[in-house]
Ligand binder design. Sequence first.
Ligand code: ATP
Length: 384
Amino acid sequence: MSNAKLNKVPAGDCPQLDINIRVSYQQFELAINLPIPLKGITGIFGHSASGKSTLLRAIAGLEKTLIGDITLTSDGVADKALVSKTLVNSEQGYYLKPEARQIGLVFQNSRLFGHLSVLGNLEFSVKRCKNRQLDLNEVIELTELTTLLEHQVNQLSGGQQQRVALARAILAEPKLLLLDEPLSALDQHSKTQLLKMMLNIQKKLNLPMLYVSHSLDELQQVCDTLLVLAKGKVVNFGNIHQIIHQLNNFDDPTLIHQQTSLSLPIKQFNNGHGLAVLALNAEQDIYLTSDKAFENQTQLRCFILASDISIALTEPSNSSIVNHLFGTIKQISHRKNKVLLTINCGSQEFFVTISAFSQQKLSLNSRQQVYLQFKASAVRTFIH
Ligand SMILES: Nc1ncnc2c1ncn2[C@@H]1O[C@H](COP(=O)(O)OP(=O)(O)OP(=O)(O)O)[C@@H](O)[C@H]1O
């Protein structure tokens, strides 16, 4: 048991997962060497068969052929100081069993106990949890299951079942929660409800989550950090907005829609004309269609598709388009008959696609000063 011994690491550091592994199948190899700071919700994104689920399974202890090591550094139970725990170290022949890892899992189709009620499923999880700290009623409230407790789980909708799966995973009091496409079988309303719930649970319980999805749209709503996989390898890892901007120039044009991804402070919920105002920087604002839901927030996550922004050489004055930003072209990248412009508006980068024809017509060059224009309706937000 020497590897399971809890080695204290200096307090003040953040919880972290240190991964240095290889998982080999006949046609596929996952090779990851990466420390993942466990802050908030980390998205794991990539095409189908890029290795996202294999990575989660390796962390959970479900990949027996794994070579390498994984260490989880998290809060201790007694004094909250950080402690590191080896989950696997193949060189030393050490594999901690999945149930001893303190890692929760929610899948696309989480298998609940069909013969038990919602409450029965939750109580089962409570009974198995040692050193219980969480209050069952608090978790029931967080997952909005109060009115469903007596229902049989096989009579619930997909969204309701996923909420039970989430509650059950949380009640095991994991140090880390792994979510593998938990929303993919749900309708839009249930997706939005669950995303809001995940965010709330993450904050209230300070529970780090790794969230696998092939939908960037879902990840953008809740994740602070993004890990991108391609063919079993890490392509990018870091702040979600920066990573999305790096992916704009990625070789594979099918991975994302090229865009500017932003989190900005709300200056005004409604300017009296149905538009909300976001502060881009000291000099420039962004206008977007106002929504009542903005009133509870101080910061807004939003994105603008590169194809929704156009370029003018002089400031447009006789236009119905409300957003005119002044910027300097930083980079011009050609792809077939399209051109991707990276434009600095203050310290914020914007991404704009125009035709090669337009670029020639305007004789655009790097370091040239231009105006970006886009409608209020082109600023897409995530409303919870
Ligand atoms: N048990 C296994 N035996 C052989 N090959 C496997 C096994 N499990 C996964 N693979 C292969 O590993 C690759 C990565 O699979 P994985 O499920 O991790 O991808 P993914 O990114 O999660 O894909 P998706 O988004 O479609 O769920 C695939 O090519 C898959 O066929």
